[in-house]
Write a protein that binds this ligand. Sequence first.
Ligand code: ZN
Ligand code: MN
Length: 138
Amino acid sequence: MANVAETLREKGLKVTPQRMAIYRMLCETRAHPTAEAIWEKVKEEFPAISFNTVYTTLGILERAGLVQRLHVGEKAAHYDADTSPHIHLCCERCGRVRDLHKAGVDLTEVAQNLRAKTGYEMSKIELNIYGICPECRH
Ligand code: ZN
Ligand code: MN
C-alpha cells in the first residue's frame, strides 16, 4: 500500500493524524465498514474523535476519489478504499458486503459500452447484488 500521508498530499488534502488513521483503516479492510464502524475503530487510537469528524472526513476522501461510498441498504452508507469498479454482494440478513471479483463482468467495460450507446460520460458505476449469504442460509 502506498504511503497514506503522501497519497493524501497528492490529492491536495491537508494531512492530519485523524485523516491518516481513517484512510489507513479503510485501506486495510475488505469489510466495507459503515461510518459508524469506522468511528468505533478509529476511536481506539483517537478516543476524543467525534462521529461528525469521521463522517466529514469520509466525505472529503470520497470527493478526492480516494474512497467510494456504497449505496447499499437503507440504514447506512458503507465505504470502500478500493475505488476500482467492482460488483458487491450484499446480505439482506446480516448486512455484510463482499466483493465479487469473479463474476465474468468487467464494469469498466460495461461503462465504456454504455457510454458509446448513450453518450453519457459515466462518473460512477455501482452494481450491488442482494441476497442471503451462505452463513446466514445455514
Ligand atoms: Zn448474511
Ligand atoms: Mn469493494
